[in-house]
Write a protein that binds this ligand. Structure first.
Ligand code: 26A
Length: 344
């Protein structure tokens, strides 16, 4: 059985609640951010579980993307790797993945709980606080098991959540090397500003494998700052990233920056001609009254985009599929997709 798309990330259960700004202030959280929980944030999880409006939804950024890509693609197209515990949280993830037909090959930790993310929704913003727990224990050896490596060899494309750089850059490199050698698509997401900020070396060690890089405007700005780029201009930042050294010289690197409701920017670098192609794509408009929450919007964009690539669609059409799926997902609670299934 070959899955066209193999994804790697941190499987998390999202504990989602609506909060006021005061609650974020109490824990020194920004309105729109994603961070690793520090000891001072730990009480949040028990507190919000008692909120009246608490919702438990499948999360983990790359897992959301894997679910979204499987939502779009034919049955048994996507396989997701990550690490979970043996608990009801993991059961909930498996249930959500099953609902779209996503196949998982989890590494299972006997004595560590499944990771969780406090998704604190404040209007159109979301602040994500994560306790990785079992997700932090993923090991490259899981990929190297013969039955899993067969899936890697059978895949046409790979999608990697940048968040996984905090866990196992070695696992990412293992997939990256395979993708470059076999001329397969390797797609990476920067995931959050703290990745380029605090995991710069890990990120820099994996970017050479990336054919596609997806991130949002605040992650691009954090990248520019941590890499000492003397510019805040998004096109210039995208050009810099697109031109960075690349292991697979058979295809250009394409950098895609989303910007919320503003247009998405795509910059490709053609090394042979030493030239850039810069394009911009309007998002699909949605009245703000129809937004349930924006948790997972970026993951849904990445899902639609990646599904397009896997189907052999053009860059322009793949980006439009990303915008289409993001618009559907923000009308659902959490990083979810609507049923009955809609088609692009
Ligand atoms: C390492 N960290 C902090 C994380 C995450 C994460 N997924 C993986 N690793 N922090 C938040 N998320 C997920 O991001 C999704 C929204 O894009 C949340 O679980 C949420 O579903």
């Amino acid at each position: 059985m070959a899955y066209d798309l193999v994804c790697l990330g941190n499987p998390l259960l999202d504990i989602q609640v609506d909060v006021q700004k005061e609650y974020l202030d109490k824990y020194e959280l920004k309105e729109n951010d994603a961070i690793l929980a520090e000891p001072k944030h730990m009480p949040i999880f028990d507190e919000i579980l008692k909120f009246d409006d608490v919702k438990l939804v499948a999360g983990g950024a790359a897992q959301n993307t894997a679910r979204g890509a499987q939502y779009v693609l034919p049955a048994e197209s996507v396989l997701y790797f990550g690490s979970v515990g043996k608990d009801i949280y993991a059961d909930k993830l498996i249930e959500a993945n099953k609902s779209v037909g996503l196949t998982t090959s989890y590494m299972v930790q006997d004595d560590i709980a499944t990771g969780k993310c406090g998704a604190l929704i404040n209007g159109v913003n979301r602040s994500l606080v994560t306790d990785l727990a079992a997700a932090n224990h993923f090991k490259p050896s899981h990929l190297e098991k013969p039955e899993n490596w067969a899936h890697v060899e059978g895949a046409k494309a790979f999608y990697i959540g940048g968040f996984h750089l905090t866990v196992s850059p070695e696992a990412i490199q293992l997939l990256g090397k395979h993708a470059a050698k076999e001329n397969k698509d390797f797609i990476m997401n920067f995931s959050a500003p703290f990745i380029p900020q605090f995991f710069k070396d890990a990120l820099d060690s994996c970017v050479p494998y990336a054919d596609y890089i997806i991130c949002n405007e605040s992650e691009a700005a954090a990248y520019a700052e941590s890499h000492g780029l003397d510019t805040k201009d998004l096109t210039e930042i995208a050009k810099y990233v697109a031109k960075l050294p690349k292991v697979n010289e058979n295809k250009p690197r394409i950098v895609i920056f989303t910007q919320g409701t503003d247009s998405t920017l795509a910059v490709s670098y053609n090394a042979k001609a030493d030239s850039f192609d810069v394009k911009s794509f309007a998002v699909h408009a949605l009245e703000s009254s129809k937004i349930a929450d924006t948790n997972g919007a970026g993951d849904a964009f990445a899902a639609g985009f990646t599904a397009g690539l896997v189907q052999g669609k053009t860059l322009d059409e793949s980006i439009d599929m990303g915008h289409w799926l993001a618009k559907l997902s923000i009308q659902e609670i959490g990083p979810s997709y609507p049923f009955p299934k809609q088609t692009y």
